[in-house]
Design a protein around this ligand. Structure first.
Ligand SMILES: [Ca+2]
Ligand SMILES: [Ca+2]
Ligand SMILES: [Ca+2]
Ligand SMILES: [Ca+2]
Length: 435
């Protein structure tokens, strides 16, 4: 009985048209060469040894049909044959199972199987069918039904696709060459187990020399040192994935990767000028803001926060400086009262620095800037001041009119005011002027 079961031979040969011999299909020949000679295969030996040996890769009862076959005639798949067939048309071959009669037909006399239409491996890669040989006269099966598989042989008809693109990524500016940015992945619908149809190689089309992509993994890394966010922040990188191992004739897909350089603190604050002039009325109250100065920082966020300090020295003790957290300006505040007549000008130095520092950028010198503030105190027109708030004078009764009885003294503190000129200190004599 076993003998009979194996005597229904599934013969297969694969005809490779001259038209198929493009580089894309060359691996097919190699594969067939490994699995068996082209042309007629068989007879299949009885017994376990030969059967076991090929079990892992190729099984004897398997046909191949090329996907997306565009020939005008139905594609030849293979031939069924039984030893009981003496060539006298006494045997009838039948086919059942997936696609039997619709996709695959069999010549009931010769056992030739054809595919009626083109097939897409990416839609369905295997068809399981059953074959039987019956006596044409009695209709009795000559042997038990035999199951076999028609495998749709892959061609490279799908380009790699980046299903998650376009991508966005970020890497700190000033990163060393080779810093990991992100990984992109392309998928190829073709058969990954056969040939190079799904062997994807990544390359970078736009984005050099700033970034690189690993051909095998799709990992994107920085390729240039000292990339400066303050010069260029956003990069549009175009990555290509090509199948056939990247060779000529492979299919390609692309994706865009938008890479932003994130900020690091590589810029100290800078004053726009080295000297700031302030004009402050001497009457300004202690604690009031008397002027603002600004140091600009090219960075953003925390890295652009500015801290102002007055450099200790002569002029600095009268003023204080604070930061306006909203606009990072330095606000100069009066700490002690001013007096034009005592001191007309102050000079002091102010330092601007970042509170959040990155030690990598300290080797280029002090990570701060200094400016000079010159304050001119403005004179305010103050009224003359009497030497005493009140005066008491003793006078005899009957003192005649016009007799001096005493003097009051007033002083004008404003230098150069006209009313009480010269020394700025004047006395008036008091007399009795009437009754
Ligand atoms: Ca492909
Ligand atoms: Ca394919
Ligand atoms: Ca900064
Ligand atoms: Ca920066």
């Amino acid at each position: 009985f076993l003998m009979h079961q194996n005597s229904l031979l599934l013969l297969f040969w694969f005809i490779i048209n001259e038209g198929f011999l493009s580089p894309v299909h060359l691996p097919l020949q190699g594969r067939l060469g490994k699995e068996g000679p082209r042309g007629l295969v068989g007879p299949i030996k009885n017994g376990g040894a030969g059967f076991q040996r090929v079990k892992r890769g190729w099984v004897w009862n398997q046909f191949f049909v090329l996907e997306e076959y565009m020939g005008s005639d139905p594609q030849y798949v293979g031939k069924l044959h039984t030893d009981l067939d003496k060539g006298d048309s006494g045997v009838k071959y039948t086919l059942s199972g997936e696609g039997a009669g619709t996709i695959f037909t069999i010549d009931q006399t010769t056992g030739d199987i054809h595919a009626l239409r083109s097939l897409d491996r990416e839609e369905k890669a295997y068809y399981t069918l059953r074959a039987q040989a019956v006596d044409i006269e009695t209709g009795r099966p000559l042997e038990p039904e035999s199951e076999f598989v028609i495998k749709v042989q892959d061609i490279n008809d799908n380009e790699p696709k980046f299903l998650e693109g376009p991508y966005t990524g970020s890497v700190p500016e000033m990163s060393p060459v080779g810093t990991y940015v992100m990984q992109v992945t392309a998928t190829d619908a073709d058969d990954p187990t056969y040939g190079n149809s799904a062997r994807v190689v990544y390359s970078i089309l736009h984005g050099q020399p700033y970034f690189s992509v690993d051909p095998k993994t799709g990992v994107i890394r920085t390729a240039l040192p000292n990339m400066d966010r303050e010069v260029k922040e956003l990069y549009h990188v175009l990555i290509q994935a090509k199948d056939m191992g990247g060779q000529l004739g492979g299919l390609a897909g692309t994706t865009t990767v938008n890479i932003t350089l994130s900020d690091v603190n590589d810029n100290p604050p800078r004053f726009s000028k080295s000297i700031f002039h302030l004009r402050v009325p001497e009457s300004s109250p202690v604690g009031s803001a008397v002027g603002r100065i600004k140091a600009h920082d090219l960075d953003i966020g925390k890295n652009a926060e500015v801290e102002y300090n007055i450099v200790p020295g002569d002029g600095g003790t009268t003023f204080d400086i604070a930061t306006n957290v909203h606009n990072q300006e330095g606000i100069i505040v009066l700490k002690k009262p001013l007096d034009y007549e005592t001191k007309k000008a102050y000079t002091f130095k102010v330092e601007a620095s970042n509170p959040h520092l990155d030690p990598r950028f300290h080797n280029a010198g002090p990570f701060k800037d200094t400016a000079t503030v010159k304050v001119n105190v403005l004179d305010v027109d103050e009224p003359p001041v009497f030497s005493k708030p009140s005066y008491t004078m003793d006078v005899y009764e009957d003192t005649p009119v016009g007799i001096i009885i005493g003097a009051v003294t007033a002083q004008d503190l404003d230098v150069g005011s006209s009313a009480l000129h010269t020394s700025g200190k004047t006395s008036c004599y008091c007399c009795i002027s009437g009754n």
